[in-house]
Design a protein around this ligand. Structure first.
Ligand code: ADP
Length: 164
């Protein structure tokens, strides 16, 4: 049984994230998408909102589940009996950052293996932070996120949320 985890902020989930999830779900027997909850970080969407969106977006993928992690990811993985960590890379900038993180995780737990998946060329410019910024000005993000995320972003703006 090959079980892997795909952790991230997913604030909000983008078409790039969904592409990695769908491709990883086709490779591994089980995939757990892990929404990170770091109390030192400010999010636009709460962990409950992010995991709810991820759950709805992965409804069609029976071997995908969603969890929230508010601890070190290596501790979460150990508890779940998962050794494989998936990270998406959009380019060399992402890779050098992700490489360092993977070294840290290896130092914390030598049993963890990080596997990198390259972004689909269609989605490699997509970044949650830019999408939040565009959405905060009322820009059209419909080509960047699934419709339910676009709707949730419009709702945050309508409510005057200032966490963009
Ligand atoms: P972080 O955990 O750094 O806040 P994100 O939530 O933005 O990152 O992303 C989670 C994971 O998805 C990371 O491995 C990131 O590199 C990857 N990722 C983000 N956007 C894309 C994209 N457009 N295509 C492929 N992978 C992506």
């Amino acid at each position: 049984m090959l079980k892997a985890a795909f952790p991230g902020s997913f604030d909000p989930p983008t078409l790039g994230h969904i592409d990695i999830i769908a491709r990883a779900a086709g490779i591994f027997d089980e995939l757990v998408v892990v929404a990170a909850e770091n109390i030192r970080k400010k999010y636009l969407f709460s962990a409950a909102e992010r995991s709810e969106m991820l759950g709805r977006l992965t409804e069609g993928l029976p071997n995908v589940s969603v969890a929230v992690c508010d601890s070190l990811i290596v501790d979460f993985l150990r508890k779940q009996g998962i050794r494989l960590l998936i990270r998406g890379v959009r380019g060399t900038g992402d890779f050098s950052y992700e490489f360092e993180i993977s070294m840290m995780n290896k130092a914390l737990d030598s049993g963890i293996e990080t596997l990198f998946m390259t972004a689909d060329p269609k989605y490699f410019v997509l970044r949650s932070s830019s999408i939040r910024e565009i959405a905060s000005f009322g820009g059209d993000v419909s080509g960047m996120v699934p419709p339910l995320v676009a709707q949730a972003l419009r709702e945050k703006r309508r409510l005057g949320c200032d966490n963009f």
